[in-house]
Design a protein around this ligand. Sequence first.
Ligand code: KG4
Ligand code: ZN
Length: 331
Amino acid sequence: MLVLGIETSCDETSAAVVEDGRRVRSSVVSSQIEIHKRFGGVVPEVASRNHTMAVINVIDEAIASAGITAADIDAVAVTYGAGLVGALLIGISAAKAISYAWCKPLIAVNHIHSHIAANYLAYAELEPPFLCAVVSGGHTSLVGVKDYTTLVSYGATVDDAAGEALDKIARVLGLPYPGGVMVDKMSQGGNADIEFFRNAPIVTKGYDFSYSGLKTAAINYIRRNEGQYNINDVCASLLRHAMEPIVSKAFSAAREFGYDRIALAGGVAANSYLRRRMTEEAGKSDCKVYLPPLEYCTDNAAMVATLGYYNYINGKGKADLTLNAAPSLYE
Ligand code: KG4
Ligand code: ZN
């Protein structure tokens, strides 16, 4: 079965064709990073306009480079939330038009769930159940993947997401957008021993996370030490503070809830510190860790087509021309 995926939730316009939920036949991503860089972050209106200009070409290219024609496509899957409302609507409109004109079933896909499904593209042996640490710009949570379309949440951030906090601190450090990527780069060779908290940090209960305290403490540290701090040390320390709770809580949740596999998902899953630490801890435990390939950590439509396939064969996500954007969708 061939599914065409379409993703426009933030600043990447992407289309992909995936076979049977696992084999990427084509994956086209047109990134707007360079456009938004000059504003220091994604400008929603600018994102929508650029999606409008790119979406048809990106879809055409995905179909052509898969070596197929429109007639070969079995279903069209599209991200309908969470994300920027104007940006989501461009992908949704394109998907509806294709579904209507080419008489193809339309499948609605949850963006965060599709980040989890990105792991299926790289690991043929990975099947539910497994635990997933979702670490993205908008979410930080520990999710139990019970089957392809049934997820349970064991804990989530009570305030900011990890990616969002890194992006905001990066701005104060004068680093260009996207901040998380730059913090990762600048952390290389830095000492991770700065303690940003003057007192002990608040420890969140259970499997929840909190990043607003770290954000404030790090920004205060940067302002107090203006002109004196070493940016590499600050970035390395930031990553230690931000990632260690994810590593330790993921392994404890796996033990408590009986999972022997942990996957990472979301843009921050590209982080070199998090990937290294998850791999190290896996070596000391009975858990196997799955790290999505870098190209499938950040937003892409291949992960949308994959989840679209599993939704479709399980009778989930069936949509029609009334499909609307759900900017704050989580569950
Ligand atoms: O998953 P994503 O597209 O966001 C949501 O769907 O919510 O990921 C974007 C986030 C941004 O916060 C970006 O700074 C962060 O992922 N990011 C990274 C890295 N690459 C992307 N953060 C830390 N290290 C990286 N290498
Ligand atoms: Zn995303």
